[in-house]
Design a protein around this ligand. Structure first.
Ligand SMILES: Cc1cc2nc3c(=O)[nH]c(=O)nc-3n(C[C@H](O)[C@H](O)[C@H](O)COP(=O)(O)OP(=O)(O)OC[C@H]3O[C@@H](n4cnc5c(N)ncnc54)[C@H](O)[C@@H]3O)c2cc1C
Length: 263
């Protein structure tokens, strides 16, 4: 339960207030979420009692900067959907979070920092080759922030111009459940990016496979089999490990096909 709240006047003050037992709070949908609190108990982590409210210090602006798009970390998923500047594929990824109430509160910065394996947003951002600007370490790619389990304050997300076709997908056991597998791919003349969620602790980019797809040595059912072999999901109520492997392979192969056809 939250017992102490800090309200900084600037990003710099927020960073100074951060400590190992003091957490950033943006939309609060993850931090205040009972299942997330229960999970901390199961993992033996201490409960969150002190938070730094980021609402008044984070940018909520979506603006073009040359050919790139800058998205303030405080922008909510619903604001992303409503903006005419947001790429359609990122709108689609945001809509996978079905509850409008959650989308009205959940922020893009909070989604990345929550670093959930079943995030719909992170795979899409990695496929779009997005960067984050953090208060303490400057600019780095979203993939690195997630892979290295960074916790620095995210100020904004930077989307470079899309030089290819990006496709996102997700499979759900039921309309009210969390995703069994999420995928995102991006195909351009120079690069193929393949990203899979729900198959390990965090969303993962399958870098070697992307290279093989680009040079034409891997396609169709061979690609699906290669993805299956590469991912290591854990079986749970959302599907057995074998089923999630199968889904990952077919979803990636299908999405690559769609991207090659221009989606
Ligand atoms: C019913 C329900 C359904 C959900 N479904 C999904 C789903 O399908 N997919 C999904 O991905 N998520 C889902 N979530 C989780 C959550 O809503 C999202 O991950 C959301 O985007 C988190 O954003 P937030 O702003 O609410 O983060 P918060 O809860 O405020 O924070 C989340 C984490 O990020 C840190 N943080 C927040 N902002 C920053 C920042 N700017 N810089 C650094 N650290 C920061 C916090 O300290 C905390 O550790 C769901 C939550 C609920 C309650």
């Amino acid at each position: 339960m939250i017992k102490e709240v800090f309200k900084p006047a600037s990003i710099e003050e927020a960073v100074k207030l951060k400590g190992s037992d003091v957490y950033y709070l943006s939309g609060g949908t993850q931090i205040n979420w009972t299942p997330a609190m229960e999970e901390r108990k199961v993992l033996g982590q201490s409960q969150i009692e002190k938070v730094i409210i980021l609402k008044d210090v984070l940018s909520i602006e979506i603006k073009k900067e040359g050919s790139a798009l800058s998205i303030g970390a405080g922008v909510t998923l619903q604001e992303l959907i409503d903006s005419s500047d947001t790429p359609d594929v990122l709108k689609k990824a945001s809509r996978y979070i079905a509850s409008r109430n959650i989308r009205n509160m959940a922020t893009i910065g909070g989604n990345i920092a929550a670093n959930r394996a079943d995030s719909n947003i992170i795979p899409c951002l990695i496929a779009l080759k997005a960067d984050v600007e953090t208060a303490d370490e400057g600019i780095m790619c979203v993939e690195k922030y997630v892979r290295e389990e960074k916790s620095g304050l995210i100020k904004r997300v930077i989307l470079p111009p899309l030089d290819g076709v990006c496709v996102v997908d997700a499979v759900y056991k039921s309309s009210g459940s969390y995703p069994s597998v999420t995928t995102a791919v991006m195909v351009s003349r120079q690069e193929v990016v393949i990203v899979v969620g729900c198959v390990s602790k965090h969303v993962v980019q399958l870098k070697k496979l992307g290279q093989s797809v680009l040079n034409g040595s891997l396609k169709g059912s061979d690609l699906a089999a290669a993805v299956e072999a590469e991912v290591n999901p854990v079986g749970d109520l959302l599907g057995s490990a074998k089923y999630k492997k199968y889904l990952s392979g077919t979803m990636v192969a299908h999405s690559i096909d769609l991207a090659r056809k221009g989606a």
